[in-house]
Design a protein. Structure first.
Length: 211
């Protein structure tokens, strides 16, 4: 019996090119069966259907996380079975990174309760690899083109800097599980760099019960 599919999460600020990278990978991994999990906002039909980020208490943040977990469960349930690789546009680490960022911005202790809640839940697909697309704030602003209003937390420099800090910490703790890529590179080069990290991991997926 084989283990479950390999899970690779595409992370980074809004406008970093996560969806573009996912579509490029879907077309350029011959011999690997791939399923794509849309980002949470796209899965529910728009960010307006997601809980607001700006929590004013631990309880409010936990309510938001429970709603996001329901979205996570639904997007995973709709994926085909028997695939080698799940490409996830954002992951449980997005939820943790946002809790970390909100804690830094508000001073409310949100990260530890979020870690406990998500760590105890059977729902999230914890990624085997996080591909972080690092994009400077100036490039976020240039690429936005009105997609997010000026007062949106998703293009707030302090919020994005704190989210980036979360992933830097993750890369320090688990360097083999984080691929840190420059999102200003040409999309074809980004796809090639990601394929280089993915292919040996997917093609050498272990068999349960074997050494």
């Amino acid at each position: 019996m084989t283990s479950g599919p390999y899970v690779a999460a595409l992370e980074g600020p809004c406008c970093a090119g996560k969806t573009t990278l996912a579509f490029a990978l879907l077309q350029s991994l011959p011999g690997v069966t791939v399923a794509f999990a849309k980002c949470y906002a796209d899965h529910v039909g728009g960010g307006q259907f997601l809980p607001r980020q700006e929590a004013r208490s631990v309880e409010e943040r936990e309510r938001a996380l429970h709603r996001l977990l329901a979205v996570e469960a639904d997007r995973l349930a709709q994926l085909p079975s028997g695939v080698d690789l799940i490409l996830a546009d954002r992951s449980v680490h997005t939820m943790l990174a946002h809790s970390y960022a909100l804690e830094r911005m508000t001073g409310i202790g949100l990260l530890a309760p979020s870690q406990r809640l998500l760590g105890e839940s059977p729902i999230p697909a914890w990624p085997d690899l996080v591909v972080y697309l690092d994009l400077p704030q100036t490039a976020v602003d240039e690429r936005n083109h009105g997609k997010f209003p000026a007062d949106s937390i998703y293009i707030d420099p302090s919020f994005n800097a704190a989210v980036r800090s979360y992933f830097l910490r993750l890369a320090g703790l688990e360097p083999s599980r984080v691929a840190w890529l420059d999102a200003t590179l040409d999309p074809a080069e980004l796809a090639q760099l990601t394929r280089t990290r993915l292919r040996p991991m997917v093609t050498h997926r272990p068999i349960q019960g074997t050494a």
